[in-house]
Design a protein around this ligand. Structure first.
Ligand code: S3P
Length: 193
């Protein structure tokens, strides 16, 4: 029988290594990682949550009490461990900004695939504002309106966009897609890698 056009690829139709989701805060990495893990019958790991488990502290609290550098060191450790698995990894938005992390991604085991979830600043700002107080690099603890949030996103994204693009094997434009559609688009592209 012919396969329906929108059938999900078979679970073994993806490269065997970790699938690493990168992208700016609010690009949907955590939600998409969970969905993709279900489609591909693998486990998902969220690096922010891994750091929170290591320390017993929320990311925003870690930034406030120990500073960004301490957070970045833990994040790198979590990335290094996760890359040795075949999990779907939701990275924090700052992972590709660190040279040590870019080196880890470049030297990752064969079959590792890095996917950039790309979105426009307006989309990102709208999504970020749904979780106030969670992103210290956006609001620093203040309450920002949509325009202020978007301005901060634009500023940071200008510094980061080239790193996201350079690290990625696959780029998905997510602005017009719902999260399940993003996961399906990734699964379809992975089946062709
Ligand atoms: C950060 C993104 C956050 C978190 C931390 C720093 C960044 O993760 O790791 O607040 O530098 O972009 P999300 O991308 O999951 O929000």
């Amino acid at each position: 029988m012919a396969k329906p056009a929108n059938a999900m690829p078979l679970p073994n139709a993806a490269p065997p290594g970790a699938i690493v989701l990168i992208g700016f805060m609010g690009s949907g990495k955590s939600s998409v990682a969970r969905l993709l893990a279900r489609y591909l019958n693998r486990e998902a790991i969220d690096l922010d949550k891994a750091v929170e488990q290591m320390t017993g502290s929320a990311v925003a609290h870690l930034f406030a009490t120990q500073g960004e550098a301490a957070f970045r060191a833990l994040e790198t450790q979590a990335l290094q461990d996760a890359l040795q698995t075949s999990r779907i990894i939701a990275t924090g938005g700052g992972v590709p900004t660190q040279a040590s992390n870019r080196a880890l991604l470049q030297q990752a085991p064969p079959g590792t695939c890095v996917v950039y979830l790309k979105a426009q600043p307006r989309t990102l700002a709208t999504r970020i504002r749904r979780q106030p107080g969670k992103r210290p690099l956006i609001d620093g603890g203040a309450i920002l309106n949509l325009e202020q949030t978007q301005a901060r996103v634009e500023q940071l994204l200008a510094e980061r966009a080239a790193h996201y693009e350079a690290c990625a094997h696959i780029v998905i434009d997510t602005d017009r897609l719902r999260m399940p559609e993003v996961a399906q688009a990734i699964a379809a592209q992975l089946a062709r890698v």
